[in-house]
Design a protein around this ligand. Structure first.
Ligand code: HEM
Length: 195
């Protein structure tokens, strides 16, 4: 059985631009995040724990965005929050959780990270054909959101962790993977040659 297609989701699309980093530079970035093979294993352990909770996690994150007007602004037009936009991104956001927990940080993953970064910056609004919403997600907000996206994951991981040690390993691996992702997305926000 194949999963229903998620509108606008382009992971693995061969027409995406190439990865921005070669294997050596990506290995360096992973090393800077202290993201080792043990972390990839911990992400994969977390995947089946999180899978049945993806919707609940998205409810939490959307609740966070929705309760902070300066964040909700990125999804809003002068008429107010755009529900269709929020809903379209939600489907891809859920898939991003699954993709991150697969821990397959390969060329295909790198190419899609470049696209996700672009969608927060110069390519914002394009995918869902939105007009009237801000042209860019402020980068300071993207960096700051690493904190709630990390903190709020812990109780969901705790629901399936077999012990405190496994919980800690899975949670730390999640944090590293989110930082790694945002470090890649930063390319879209930095001056040519400065990334
Ligand atoms: C660690 C921080 C963040 C993570 C992990 C994250 C994750 C994501 C993901 C996975 C998507 C969908 C990508 C796709 O199209 O496949 C997305 C899109 C989006 N995010 Fe974020 N995000 C972060 C920060 C933020 C912040 C602070 C805002 C501001 C409210 C924001 C607003 C948006 C918007 C508006 C879109 C849709 C962009 C478009 O028009 O395509 N994000 N984000």
């Amino acid at each position: 059985m194949t999963a229903p297609a998620i509108p606008g989701y382009r992971y693995g699309d061969p027409s995406l631009p190439p990865a921005a980093l070669d294997a050596a530079a990506f290995a360096e970035l992973r090393a800077a995040c202290l993201l080792g093979e043990d972390d990839l294993a911990a992400l994969r352990e977390a995947a089946p724990i999180i899978e049945p909770q993806v919707d609940a996690i998205l409810d939490t994150w959307y609740g966070f965005v929705g309760s902070h007007p300066f964040l909700l602004a990125s999804f809003s037009t002068p008429a107010g929050p755009n529900e269709a936009y929020l809903a379209a991104v939600r489907g891809r956001f859920g898939q991003w959780i699954r993709d991150t927990l697969r821990g397959e940080f390969d060329e295909r993953w790198l190419r899609y990270q470049r696209e996700i970064g672009r969608r927060h910056a110069a390519g914002k609004n394009e995918t869902d054909g939105i007009s009237g919403a801000p042209a860019v997600v402020p980068f300071r907000h993207v960096v700051a959101l690493i904190v709630p996206i990390t903190e709020t994951m812990r109780p969901f991981l705790a629901k399936g962790a077999r012990d405190a040690d496994q919980l800690e390993r899975m949670h730390r691996a999640w944090f590293k993977a989110v930082v790694l992702s945002v470090a890649l997305w930063a390319e879209q926000y930095t001056r040519e040659g400065w990334w």
